[in-house]
Structure formats: C-alpha cells, structure tokens
Design a protein around this ligand. Structure first.
Ligand code: ZN
Length: 301
C-alpha cells in the first residue's frame, strides 16, 4: 500500500520528468506561446494542479489532481478501462477521491466499471436522471454492478455543492435543471485553483447551457472542455462568451462517424480567439496550473 504522501512525491517526480521532456522535445516558442500571461496579482498557491484530457478517441476521460487529491471525470468507451487505469497508475494515482460519470452514455461510462474494480474511489458522483431516460444498456448495468460490487453509493450531482481537491475546489454547476436527454443531464463542474478556473462540460447541449446561464452559477473560466466532442448541438455563442475562456480542449476521435468536431464550433472558437486543442490531433492534452499561470503541453505535435 502506497501512502498518500508517497503518491505526492511520485507525482512531483513525474511532473519534473515531464517538464524535462517538454524542454528537450518541444521547441521553446511552442511552449512559450501556450503559456498564459502572468496575472498582475501574484496568486500562486504553492502547488501544481494538473488536468489531463486523456486521448480516448471520440469519448471522454479526464484526470485532475492537486497535492494528494485526485478526480476522474469519465472513463472512455467500453474497452478503454484498462488504458484509463494504466494512465492513472502511471501518474501515481492508486486511489481516487472523486470519480464523476457525467452521463450514462457508453463513450463516458464504458470504461468506468473497470476503473471501479481496479481503483478505490471515495466519492462517486452522477446526475439524478429522470426515470424515462435511464438507459437499459449492458454498459449501464455493468456500471451499476461494479458500484454494487464495491458497495459504492452514488452521490447525486447537486449544483451549488463543492468539494475540496487539495488546494483546489471542485464545484458542481450542472445539470441546472431537468432535461430529457442524457447528454444535457451531464454533470457540469468547475475546478478552481488560485485564480485559475477549469470548466468541464461533459456532453451538455444548448438547453443545458441555457439552464446554466439562467442559474446563478459563475461560468467564467480560463479553460473549457468543450461540450459533446465539439458538436454543433453544444457551444452556442452566448454561452462560450459567458465562459470567456482563453483555452479550450475538444475530446474527439480521428475520422469519427459523427464528424466531430463540427465546423461551426471550430469557427466560433477561432472568431473568439480561443486557443483550442483537439485530442485527435494533439493526443492527450495536459494543463498545469500554479494557481496563477497555466502551461499546456501535448502528447503529439
Ligand atoms: Zn460523448
């Protein structure tokens, strides 16, 4: 059994290793261009928050950690579970403080049963779905069986709730209403670290965005994980303007059958001068925040 302190050391060592790798493999101009301007107020919180948008094709899996605390948002498709578990372990994550299944579609919960079986989870968060949209799929029943097998209760996603994540805070923003699609019932959450904010949309669509804007939630964020793999069913202009991010990431697979990400979404991001990264082009995307600055590195290109 590795202690939490040991895990922190493991992670720090890995971060240092990666930094060296970035310096040696990536041109300085590339890395420099992807660095946020320092805030006028020194607000570094003395710890690094890492956000990994894991490349799992046209699916979602996101690891966030700060100090000894870790959060997994989704776990990819059926068949991705082992890769997600390996990714966690390679980053020194042997247990999760939080796992969020944003919504019960296979490209988000497919690998979650494997994660639950392999990695101890403290708090498992899901939306409270209307009975009419609870899936009858094997993928969903596999997830329920895995939760049962570990006696792991579901903590309902409640907008307004927040949870400590090391020096950071995990805030639940959505679903801000009851919607009749699993996509729009996605758990939407924001992680705050110092003055930096990271927003994760799941597959929330425009009606869910309307709900968020009508709620009292502060949507401003430096980074957004774009909703629904860059589909035009999400990311309406007034919502993206309300978030006003500098950076965005789109989790999408090369040549996927939905043609994600859609042109409208990419054109909007370009028009608003938001620097965006796609997992189909860049592979796994990693953001590192010290609470003041954000550095971004990518697996490819
Ligand atoms: Zn999806």
């Amino acid at each position: 059994m590795i202690s939490k302190k040991r895990l922190t050391i493991l992670r720090s060592g890995f971060a240092a290793l990666i930094s060296l790798t970035v310096v040696s493999l990536c041109s300085c101009s590339c890395f420099g261009r992807q660095t946020a301007k320092p805030s006028a107020i020194p607000t570094s919180v003395g710890s690094l928050l890492e956000v990994h948008i894991i490349d799992v094709g046209n699916a979602d899996a996101i690891l966030v950690y700060n100090r000894e605390d870790s959060l997994l948002i989704d776990a990819g498709e059926n068949g991705d579970g082992d890769d997600v578990v390996n990714f966690l372990r390679s980053h020194g994550v042997e247990s999760l403080d939080y796992a969020i299944a944003t919504h019960p579609d296979a490209d988000h919960i497919g690998g979650m049963d494997t994660v639950i079986e392999e990695i101890p989870i403290e708090t498992f968060i899901m939306s409270n779905l209307p009975q009419s949209i609870i899936p009858k799929t094997k993928t969903y029943s596999d997830l329920m069986a895995a939760l049962d097998g570990k006696d792991l209760d579901i903590t309902p996603a409640q907008p307004g709730d927040s949870y400590p994540l090391g020096d950071a805070i995990l805030n639940i923003l959505g679903p801000a209403g009851v919607f009749n699609s699993t996509n729009s019932m996605s758990v939407v959450c924001r992680v705050d670290h110092g003055t930096r904010r990271f927003l994760f949309m799941g597959d929330a669509e425009k009606d869910a965005e309307d709900g968020l804007m009508a709620s009292k939630a502060n949507l401003k964020a430096d980074f957004i994980k774009i909703g629904h793999h860059g589909s035009h069913s999400s990311s309406q202009e007034r919502f993206i303007k309300a978030v006003a991010p500098q950076y965005a990431a789109i989790s999408c697979g090369a040549k996927n059958r939905y043609k994600h990400p859609h042109t409208q979404t990419l054109e909007l991001l370009s028009m608003l001068k938001i620097v965006y990264y796609r997992t189909d082009i860049f592979g796994t995307i990693t953001l590192v925040s010290d609470g003041s600055k954000i550095n971004i590195r990518t697996q490819k290109n």
